[in-house]
Design a protein around this ligand. Structure first.
Ligand code: FMN
Length: 147
């Protein structure tokens, strides 16, 4: 994978005052996105609804993180972790995410995620950890081209 979009290196900071919220069906397709999610991701709410949640997936994220997330939420447990997401313009934003099920009459019907900002130290720690995880066999490697 190669990225030569200069936006790739630009971070958008997550506002302290708003929660970034989305819901998905059981396949991970977005069924609800709030304005804060639209703003931070650079998509409109309409563009997000119906799309797989990997629309904001960043190539720096190891596959193993999402595998663990899905295993956890499928077992009806709450997953929390750090996620680097990619904006529509190629830039990125980091969030602390909580992902869990939505139950109707005790039956799992959807998933929801609520996200809050991270500190600089948390971002450094997560980027370092994910860079190391990316060295594992089966993970995609990326290359950034500076123009
Ligand atoms: C409620 C919910 C929220 C999610 N939020 C994100 C997210 O913010 N960023 C992301 O890359 N994946 C998120 N995912 C995981 C994606 O569905 C997907 O598994 C991930 O992007 C990896 O893509 P892949 O499964 O195509 O490899 C979320 C999943 C659920 C159920």
């Amino acid at each position: 994978m190669q990225y030569n979009n200069s936006e790739f290196l630009i971070e958008t900071s997550v506002p302290e005052s708003e929660l970034i919220v989305s819901r998905t069906n059981l396949k991970g397709e977005i069924t609800y996105a709030n304005e804060a999610f639209a703003d931070i991701s650079g998509y409109s709410v309409d563009e997000l609804i119906g799309k797989p949640h990997n629309i904001v997936r960043h190539p720096d994220m190891p596959k193993a993180v999402f595998k663990e997330m899905w295993q956890t939420i499928k077992e009806y447990k709450k997953w929390t972790g750090f996620i680097k997401n990619m904006r529509k313009d190629g830039g990125f934003y980091w969030v602390h995410a909580e992902v869990s099920g939505i139950f109707k009459d005790h039956i799992l019907t959807e998933y929801k995620s609520i996200r809050t900002p991270m500190t600089y130290e948390q971002k450094l720690e997560a980027q370092t950890k994910y860079d190391a995880m990316k060295e594992a066999p089966g993970e995609l490697k990326r290359k950034v081209i500076y123009e």
